[in-house]
Structures are given as C-alpha cells and as structure tokens.
Design a protein around this ligand. Structure first.
Ligand code: AMP
Length: 618
C-alpha cells in the first residue's frame, strides 16, 4: 500500500499549473477546481449562469458548431443536427446500441461490427469526436473564467465503463487539446468530495449510489485516515433518467392512443421533453398536467411510480451484487450518498433507503459532486493535497481466450488498481512457433459473451517439444483503469515483442490523423471495410472448424459431420458473393452447427489441453 501511495502522490507537475476536474456527463458536463484561497473544491461558472453545460452539440448547415445551452435550443427545432447523450455511444458498436437507436432523434450509421458513428448531413462523427467538442467548449469556458490556459485535466467516467469506453474518453480529451492526467470513476470522485469534509480520524464504510441521465453506478468504499478504498463497484451503462422518460412516453402513447398521429419521430421527441418535464415536476409535486395535439396529457405521482418501479428495482439488484462482492452486509454501511440528477426522484430515495434500512444522504449537490471530486484528484496529482489517497478497483474481469472459447480470468473484477497479474502458458504442438492470444473483458464463462479488447500474435518461439516453452502473459492496469498487456517467452530468455492490436480505442497516430482529417469518412469505405472484416472472420472460422474436425473426427456423429460440411460449403460459396450480410449469416449458420458439439467436447478438450494451461496454435 505504501508503494501505491508514493506512486499516486508523485506528481512531477509544477504547483502553479492549473489542473481542472471535469465531469463529462451524459446530460450535463462541468468543470471544477480547488479554489486557490479557500482550498475548497468549487464548480466553475460565469457570474450569471449555471455551472452545468448541457452535453449537447449542434451542427449548423453552414458548418458552424455550437455546444451547451445554445445547442440545446435546437433539440426540437433541428433534432437531426443536434446530438445529445453521445456518452451513451462511447466505445460501442452499432450492434451494442441498435436497441436504443430508435429513441435517438439523430441518425446512427447502420454498421453492425464497427464503432458507432453519427451522421449529420454528409458528415460522420464518432462519439469521441462529439465528446471532444464538448470538452473543447468546457476548456474554452474554463479559460475564460480563470483567465489562464487550461491544458491538464482529470476526467470522470462511470465506474462501470469498460476499457474501450475509458480509451474513448481519453481520446476525446486528447482531441480537445487536453492532457488527461487521470481517468477516475464517478462514484469514487463523489466519495472524495463527500469525504473531503470528514475528519481524518473518522472511519466510514459508505455506499455511493449514482443514477444520472444515462448510466447507473453503485460503489462501496472504506474511508479511513484519508485513504479512500473502493471495495466493489457494480452498475449498468444503460440505465438512467432517460429510461424513466421513455417509460412515461410509452405509457402516454398507449394511454392516449397517440401513435400514428403524424410524424412518429417528431411526436416522440416532443413527448420525451414533456415526460422529462413531468418527471421533474413530480419530484416535488403530486400531479403533472399539460396538453398535446388537442388532448389533455396528465401523470399522477402514483402512476409515474408504478411505471418506474421496475427500472429502479434493477438498480437495487446491482446494490445487492456490490455488497456481495465487497463481502459485507447492508448493516455495515454507515452512509448512503446519493449522486446524479435522477436521485432527486422521491421513489428512488425511498427504495434505496428501504433497501439499506437507513436514511440516505442527499445533502451533497448531486449535479456538482462528481466534478468537485475530480478537482480534488487533480489537486492530489498537482502535489498540493498530500494526505488523501485513492485506491480504486477495476469493474470488469480481464482474461484470455483458451481452448473451446473459454475465458481464463487473470484479473477478476474489483481488483485494486493499479495492479498486475501474470500467468504462464505453453504450446500445444511440437515445434509450435506462434501463439494467438486474445484478450477479453467481461464476466461470462465463454469469451463469445464477453468483449474482445485486443489480439496478440506471439511469433518466433524457438522450436521446442510441445509443453516446454514458457510464455508469460502479463496484464497491467494503470491508475486510469486502462490495460497494458505484455508477453515473453521465459525459457529461451528471449523477450518477445508483441504486437497488440486493440480493436477499440485509438493510438496516438490515429488521433493525430483524425485531427488532420476532416473527421469524415465515406460510407462506401466503411461498407468495404465491413465486408473485408466479415470475410476475414469467415475464413478464420473455416480454418478453425477444419482443424477442429480433423482433431476430433472420432468424437463426432455422421450427422454432425455432414451438417458441418454443408455449412462450410455454403460459407465458402458466400465469400465470392461480396455481400456482407450473406457472409455474416452463413458464418452464424456454421457457428450454430458447430457450437453444440464444440461445447459438448469442451470438457474433454479443457482437461486434455489445459493441464499445462496450453493455448491453441495460431
Ligand atoms: P446527470 O447525468 O447526473 O446530470 O443527471 C441528469 C438526469 O437527472 C436527467 O435524466 C434529468 O432528467 C434528471 N433530473 C434532473 N433534475 C431532476 C429532478 N428534479 N427530478 C428528477 N430527475 C431530474
């Protein structure tokens, strides 16, 4: 622990450099600093305005871009060119978000396997581009208020963000011209702000319940002698105030038979804004009333509560899981700190308070607390605050793919960060010179259910009998929660250089290129890439299936062999047709045929090949 303390506290930054804390939120974003005189965290704002900058970007037809309150005005009048909730799309592919695409008024490119892009007129923007525009605006406003350049920042992300989403946030910072010194988890930041006022000798176990516009996080922490130790974290990057609004919209459409009355999108959009208005009004009132298309629209508090109860129930399930992972009972929690705009809903407070069996603490400003915590972390990095130490955890397990598509976990979720883990693997065949290592993140046993982060092609292993080489793969998570993977062959003493190909996130060169590029990509390029990727995947599947059949010929029934052969032929034929969807459909069909027997043989395969943690040859 002492070592970590030194690492974290070693900021070689000069004292006079201004490092800001940024809460890059789904709905609103804001900047905070430690006030140079009071030494207290404060949110930045212009004299007569709010500290909150709406996370909305509007692209004018003449090419100009506006961000924040100005952009929000266009949500109704020019929805197709006005982007909100971009954070919900960070690090996601189209397949990840297509279920939610309908609730967005702007256009998302329909390309299953690639990272999401938003289309505005003839231009394409990634969520990283959009977030960078918001960060640029925050930087500009902060510089205006502070009258000094701002180039260094700590940015917060939901604790449940995976590696791809963290990388995307860091990239957005770089694109905005910010040196992102640290990415920290939102609930952890909130706890820093909450704990800042505690006496140093107070020991507390707290739960931070953070329900924002688009995400939900729960973290359990121990605060003791200025050390903030995260015990566990849980949540859902697809759960927030937007879902409460959507539940109300669906309810109204059904109750007042509103669908089909004109343009579907426009009418949903207007209803969404009215639903949010209703939700906010019901946080203090008993009934909401308004008009729409000549009909009276109303919502009683009990009606609203019965609609949203199932959604809040999902957050309670996460609370149970977080307690279980932390290994403590509800009764051990001394304080439940409420964070995020959606915790203003009375039913949320009531259900959380009922669950924990204690009054919740809603005294901190739910809109500002995360940014204030980020400012405290920024001050720690600047070397000013020396008696506070943050020990965070990684929210999702990290591991490698082993035989049979199994996930071999090296770093279980809720491991303290920064952290390192290593495991040795060996070869499967005599003279095997290469090894393919795929890195995954997630909690499921089969890698197909988790997210692929990167692939390693370790080549040049000296010729040795199977089982003799010792290949050590090590995972290092830095304090941002970002993963670095290395591998080396120990027996030969030769350190292998490993090519890491992250499928998500950007390299520095990518960012530079993007900065130079006009941030646009032709749709045809993307189609061509998608086809190539689908074909490559199909070819790989054909090869692996072929090898699998050869190896396990005797264990398969004649029917299975025949079905596989037919599916392989169909896939092979589809490769010449240059139709991405057809190739994907045939790939899926072959998978569907081979999966049952692959799973059936898995147990034997694991026993046979994993005795020495063997990984299949490339
Ligand atoms: P955040 O992401 O923390 O900024 O939270 C934004 C969410 O809080 C949005 O879904 C808002 O609709 C919601 N919100 C803000 N104020 C209220 C309120 N008074 N009552 C209920 N929800 C609110």
């Amino acid at each position: 622990m002492a070592k970590i303390a030194i690492n974290i506290a070693t900021g070689s930054l000069q004292q006079d450099e201004m490092i800001v804390g940024i809460d890059l939120g789904t709905t609103n974003s804001l900047v905070a600093i430690i006030h140079p005189e009071s030494k207290m965290p404060v949110a930045l704002k212009e004299y007569d305005s709010s500290s909150l900058v709406p996370s909305v970007v509007h692209f004018d037809t003449n090419g100009s871009v506006v961000v924040g309150a100005e952009a929000k005005k266009f949500l109704l009048s020019d929805p197709a060119r006005t982007i909100f909730s971009a954070k919900r799309l960070m690090g996601k592919t189209y397949s990840d978000v297509k279920g939610n695409a309908a609730s967005l008024a702007y256009k998302i490119i329909d390309d299953e396997n690639r990272l999401v892009k938003v289309q505005v007129g003839g231009q394409f923007y990634s969520p990283v581009d959009l977030s960078s525009l918001i960060l640029k605006e925050l930087k500009k406003q902060a510089e205006h208020i502070l009258k000094t350049p701002v180039s260094k920042a700590v940015i917060t992300v939901p604790a449940y963000f995976n590696d791809a989403q963290r990388q995307a946030t860091r990239d957005a910072g770089k694109l905005a011209g910010l040196d992102v010194l640290r990415i920290i988890n939102e609930p952890t930041a909130a706890s820093l702000a909450y704990g800042f006022g505690l006496h140093k000798d107070e020991h507390k176990t707290i739960a931070v319940y953070d329900l924002g516009g688009g995400t939900f996080d729960i973290s359990i922490l121990n605060i003791s002698n200025g050390i903030f130790e995260v015990l566990s974290t849980n949540g859902d990057t697809y759960l927030g105030g937007d879902d409460l609004d959507n539940a109300v919209v669906d309810h109204w459409i059904k109750k007042y038979e509103l669908s089909g009355t004109g343009n579907e999108d426009t009418h949903r959009r207007v209803l969404r804004l009215k639903a949010e208005e209703a939700k906010k009004e019901l946080s203090s009132g008993e009934r909401y009333e308004s008009g729409y298309e000549g009909k009276e629209l109303s919502l009683a508090k009990e009606e609203f509560e019965s609609l949203i109860r199932p959604i809040i129930d999902r957050t309670i399930t996460s609370c149970t899981n977080a307690l279980k992972d932390a290994g403590i009972e509800k009764t051990a929690i001394n304080e439940v700190v409420m964070v995020g705009g959606s915790t203003r809903v009375p039913l949320v407070k009531k259900m959380v308070s009922d669950f924990f069996g204690r009054q919740v603490n809603d005294s901190v400003n739910p809109d500002e607390v995360v940014a204030l915590g980020a400012a405290i972390q920024a001050d720690i990095l600047a070397g000013n605050t020396k008696d506070v130490l943050l020990l965070d955890v990684t929210p999702l397990s990290l591991g490698l793919e082993t035989m049979g598509g199994l996930m071999d976990v090296l770093l279980p979720r809720n491991s303290k960060i920064p952290t390192k883990a290593a495991r040795q693997y060996t070869t499967y065949k005599d003279g095997q010179s290469g090894m393919k290592i795929s890195v995954f993140q997630g909690e499921r046993d089969m890698v197909k259910d988790n997210r692929r982060l990167a692939e390693f092609n370790l080549t040049g292993i000296p010729a040795m009998p199977a089982g003799l080489p010792k290949v050590e793969v090590s995972f290092l998570i830095n304090a941002d929660g970002i993963l670095v993977v290395k591998a080396k062959e120990l027996r030969s003493g030769i350190e292998q250089s490993i090519e890491v190909k992250p499928q998500y996130g950007l390299t520095d060169e990518d960012v530079e290129r993007m900065l130079l590029d006009s941030m646009t990509h032709a749709k045809e390029d993307m189609d061509a890439r998608a086809l190539t990727e689908a074909k490559t995947e199909a070819e790989q599947l054909l090869q692996t299936t072929e090898k699998f059949i050869q190896r396990n010929f005797k264990e398969l029934t004649p029917q299975e062999l025949q079905d596989t052969s037919l599916a392989m032929q169909a896939l092979q034929l589809s490769l010449d047709m240059n139709d991405k969807n057809l190739v994907q459909a045939k790939t899926e069909e072959l998978n569907a045929v081979s999966r049952p027997y692959a799973e059936r043989l898995m147990d034997e395969a694991i026993q046979k090949t994993m005795k020495g943690n063997k990984i299949d040859q490339v």
